[in-house]
Design a protein around this ligand. Structure first.
Ligand SMILES: Cc1cc2nc3c(=O)[nH]c(=O)nc-3n(C[C@H](O)[C@H](O)[C@H](O)COP(=O)(O)OP(=O)(O)OC[C@H]3O[C@@H](n4cnc5c(N)ncnc54)[C@H](O)[C@@H]3O)c2cc1C
Length: 477
């Protein structure tokens, strides 16, 4: 049983508005049915566990990741239906982690103790048209959020490749899309409500808590269970997407890469470590970005829709014809209403300084012959610098070197150290939700605000209710 923590006081958390529940103050809490353990009956109703969930991917029970490669542990998995239930659950839990939509490939969400899904909480989607913000429950998927915003003529600044990922999970890990001027999705968050140790509900905002807010959004689930987030929106503008194919080898020079990546609001380049770019997916704002010619930088416009992974049908991909459409139907690579991608994969991704991109790729290129047999495809994207303490793009305009691997975990983890060694001169920062084998020390030195984050965690979670082996290893405990 947790006692109410003394850290959650206004004097300890400047400007934080702290609301306490009666339950969190009482040492003895009645045993109620609030914490719905996953039972046979409950599983029937749980969208996360349904065999026919929107990903069309069967998830083994009680807990495997979307890819099936991460076992979240023995559980139990709780599924509260209200914030009040969640607070009671957290208040009496010795250790607990949240699960989002389970799209991470690392063990970031795994736990040997309690797990909780917020999939049964109401979506609570509230668009504020005047303020251009949306408040939403953490378990809501980006695609649903974007649809609600679009109904009011508003849009998210950016989206990841997949619209099926939860806002809470993506924000916790720094999930990103692409775009020289586009920051991580977590950067759009302007307020969070989280249940902290003992079951307290803490509200933090960018405006009222500037000293700590940048440490509290992208927090790897280590500060508490986020119940709601408020995100910035922008006026919706129609977008178009086109794909160009088969670029010459000059495409891999620094100038070639940076020119391609600047070809639209959001650009993704796909390649197979053979010294050239196979596909450039260019997403442009209609009326602002100049339409690309049929032949562009040596690549030719694709006349048929393509999937980024060779051999897969493009039916699930977003429109590539150049037809204008809403941003949420052009920015992601995959359509919300269809199975998005092959689950038989593993992903790794490293952020380097944008100006180092070509050199970083050249350093890894000699491993191409060993990478290719394990690889579906590699993607290159850009992310603008942000201020979030644990963001892989912290104060560094970044390029992301991404691998979608075949599901060969042993071979992949055997090769990663060699890739990481070659990337080492470029100070790589890993994507927290993807697989890497970097030494934790090597990771820690890449995050100059880590000490501040650890101080914040000490104040919010001195008993380490929200930790797990992944967080302990990487943060150094
Ligand atoms: C097909 C595919 C495509 C992808 N595309 C991209 C992409 O374009 N860009 C990119 O950057 N990444 C991408 N990813 C990776 C993915 O976006 C991240 O791993 C993301 O964190 C997954 O979110 P999730 O909701 O599945 O969270 P989970 O994987 O379930 O959890 C991730 C972390 O978030 C924490 N968490 C979840 N919910 C909460 C909460 N309410 N409160 C506190 N902590 C919480 C968990 O404890 C865990 O630590 C992709 C993954 C897949 C499978």
């Amino acid at each position: 049983m947790q006692s109410a923590p003394s850290v959650l006081r206004a004097q300890n958390l400047p400007s934080a508005s702290v609301r306490r529940s009666a339950a969190s103050r009482h040492p003895e809490r009645p045993s109620t049915a609030f914490d719905v353990l996953i039972t046979a009956d409950h599983e029937e109703a749980d969208p996360v566990h349904s065999p026919s969930d929107s990903l069309g991917h069967e998830l083994a029970r009680p807990g495997l990741s979307w890819s099936g490669t991460v076992d979240y542990g023995p559980g139990p998995l709780h599924a509260p239906t209200s914030v009040a239930e969640l607070r009671l659950l957290v208040g009496r839990s010795r250790r607990i982690r949240a699960l989002g939509t389970r799209h991470s490939f690392s063990e970031i969400a795994a736990s040997d103790a309690d797990l909780v899904t917020l999939a049964h909480l109401p979506a609570d989607l509230e668009v504020d048209i005047a303020a251009r913000t949306v408040r939403v429950a953490a378990g809501v998927r980006y695609g649903e959020l974007a649809l609600a915003a679009a109904e009011h003529g508003l849009a998210l600044a950016n989206m990841g490749s997949l619209p099926h990922i939860s806002v809470g999970g993506a924000s916790a890990t720094g999930t990103h899309g692409s775009g020289d001027g586009k920051r991580s999705l977590s950067s759009s968050v302007r307020a969070v409500d989280l249940v902290t140790a003992g079951g307290d509900l803490l509200s933090l905002s960018r405006d009222e808590d500037p000293e700590i807010f940048d440490g509290a959004v992208l927090a790897l689930g280590a500060l508490g269970i986020v119940t709601h987030l408020t995100l910035d929106l922008m006026p919706a503008a129609p977008m178009r997407q086109t794909v160009h194919l088969d670029f010459p080898s000059e495409s891999m020079t620094s100038e070639g890469l940076l020119t391609m990546l600047a070809g639209g609001t959001s650009v993704s380049l796909f390649h197979h470590w053979d010294g050239r770019i196979d596909q450039a997916w260019v997403k442009q704002v209609v009326g602002r970005d100049g339409e690309l010619p049929e032949q562009w930088l040596g690549g030719r416009r694709s006349r048929r829709p393509v999937h980024p992974l060779p051999g897969l049908p493009a039916d699930f991909c977003t429109d590539q014809t150049g037809e204008p459409g809403p941003a949420h139907e052009r920015l992601p690579h995959f359509r919300l209403e269809f199975t998005p991608s092959n689950g038989e994969e593993i992903q790794s991704e490293y952020f380097v300084a944008r100006e180092d991109l070509a050199a970083a790729l050249a350093a890894v290129m000699p491993l191409g012959e060993r990478i290719r047999p394990l690889l579906h495809a590699s993607e290159i994207r850009t992310v603008a610098a942000d201020e979030l303490w644990l963001s892989p793009a912290y104060r560094r305009d970044s390029a992301c070197v991404h691998f979608t691997w075949k599901q060969l975990p042993e071979q992949v983890t055997a090769l990663l150290p060699e890739i990481e060694e070659r990337l080492a001169p470029f100070a790589p920062r890993p994507h927290w939700g993807k697989v890497f084998t970097l030494d934790p020390e090597q990771v820690r030195v890449q995050f100059p605000r880590l000490a501040d984050f650890l101080t914040l965690r000490e104040r919010l979670d001195p008993g380490r209710v929200f930790t797990n082996a992944y967080v302990d290893r990487l943060l150094g405990e």
